[in-house]
Ligand binder design. Structure first.
Ligand SMILES: *Cc1c(COP(=O)(O)O)cnc(C)c1O
Length: 429
């Protein structure tokens, strides 16, 4: 595909920013080629630097659930901007935002606003450790919870492994108390609790995994985590930064009818602005400074423009039928992609929960990172290039979820399926 403008900008950017980007996956390294430099985004479309138009399934990696530049959100942010960009002081708007979130997530009696999902998970862990006075954190292999030191660990296969940093610059000591287990493996978690139960502060989980591609929780997995935490005095933290207010009005916990001890939110609830939050019961959240001994702060936390965008987004999502509509579009895309796989005799599967979806080049089902990692990533790269050439902007990695928005139409989905079929044919090795 030729996009000389983006190519030129990328060359310029590479001299100034590591990899030419401000967040690694944007560089398209997993699929080769160069990223599209975005000029603007409207509804379900993004427009590249060369003016080319794409149907967007990245949605800013999750936030753009209403579609890009949704007029009510834009207007509210413009009005808010005229009153000042940041005060570093409490505002009525952040109280309204907190109320809106707490009303939607009954498991959260109090929350603290922060500026990114990374900050939310990092802070939630600190609170869990402060509250329980224990140090061990359990996470699942293939789950991403932001780039805090303690969370940059992946598992060896099978049993729990402690202390293998995933990134240079993370001393082993920082992850010595992080245990990793296979996703969807309750017996492994039970065994770990039997061995180390008194040391475990928290289990953090993506209630629907999105960061190894879309992997739904097996029946009983999430409830099992909460039960084991309850029985052992640990906290179950649902990292709903991706799933929050995307899978239902109250995220995955609403969808599955569960009540985690703590919740992290970001992406959708920030309405496209740098805003995230963590919260839980009053008893747990009373540990946070200035009420309690766990320190956590932020100059831009609860920023007035950000909470305005978040609040309007949550309100727009309350219009009748929004989540049914996302489900309908998701089902249409899933069915179309699954038949494209069959018609082209491609070994693959489509996994979806609501408006989150991944086409794996793996016969499926993909239930954990071990399975996801066995997918044919070389074929995914060729597939991705085909999608881009056909005007479909798809996550540039096998291990990312694609997102639909309320701005997508049946016609967008149908056109996408046509492009998918061609891209699948052309992706044969
Ligand atoms: C995106 C994401 C994060 C990190 O959020 P940032 O805003 O990028 O720091 C954490 N957890 C999950 C599940 C995510 O999808």
């Amino acid at each position: 595909m030729s996009d000389p403008q983006s190519e030129a900008l990328f060359r310029e950017a590479e001299a100034l920013l590591p990899g030419g980007v401000n967040s690694p996956v944007r560089a398209f390294r997993a699929v080769g080629g160069h990223p599209v430099f975005v000029e603007k985004a409207l509804g379900a479309r993004i427009f590249g630097a060369d003016g080319r138009e794409y149907i967007d399934y990245i949605g800013s990696w999750g936030p753009a659930i209403l579609g890009h530049a949704e007029p009510h959100v834009v207007k509210a942010v413009q009005d808010a901007a005229s009153l000042g960009l940041s005060f570093g002081a409490p505002t009525e708007r952040e109280v309204r935002f907190a109320k809106a979130v707490i009303e939607r997530y009954p498991s959260m009696e109090m929350l603290r606003c922060v500026s990114s999902g990374t900050e939310a998970t990092m802070s939630a862990l600190r609170v869990a450790r402060g509250y329980t006075k224990r140090s061990v954190i359990v996470k699942f292999d293939g789950a991403y919870h932001g780039h805090a030191d303690a969370l940059l660990v992946k598992a060896g296969s099978g049993a729990a492994t402690f202390g293998n940093p995933d990134s240079a610059g993370v001393p082993e000591g920082m992850v010595a108390t992080t245990a990793t287990l296979p996703y969807n493996d309750v017996p492994a978690l039970k065994a770990l609790f039997s061995a180390r139960g008194r040391d475990i502060a928290a289990v953090i989980v993506e209630p629907v995994a999105g960061n190894m591609g879309c992997v739904p929780p097996a029946p009983g997995f999430l409830a099992g985590i909460i039960e084991l935490c309850d029985a052992n005095g640990a906290l179950a933290i649902f990292d709903e930064v991706m799933t929050g207010s995307r899978l239902s009005r109250s995220g995955a916990q609403g969808l599955y009818g569960l009540r985690p001890h703590m919740t992290c939110l970001g992406k959708v609830v920030g309405g496209g602005m740098p805003l995230a939050a963590y919260g839980g019961s009053r008893q747990v959240m009373q540990c946070v400074a200035p009420l309690g001994a766990v320190y956590q702060a932020g100059t831009l936390s609860g920023n007035p423009l950000a909470v305005t965008a978040g609040l309007v987004t949550l309100e727009r999502l309350d219009a009748p039928g929004t989540y049914e509509r996302l489900e309908e579009l998701g089902a249409r895309l899933e069915a179309g992609m699954a038949s494209a796989l069959r018609e082209t005799a491609t070994p693959g599967c489509v996994q979806r929960v609501g408006s989150m979806l991944t086409l794996f080049f793996h016969p499926g089902p993909v239930t954990d990172f071990r399975a996801a990692a066995a997918a044919d990533t070389a074929r995914f790269s060729r597939f991705h290039a085909g999608l881009l050439a056909g005007g479909v902007y798809w996550p540039p990695s096998q291990f990312e979820a694609a997102f639909l928005s309320l701005a997508h139409t049946e016609a967008d989905v149908d056109r996408t399926i046509t492009v998918v079929r061609t891209a699948l044919e052309r992706s044969r090795g």
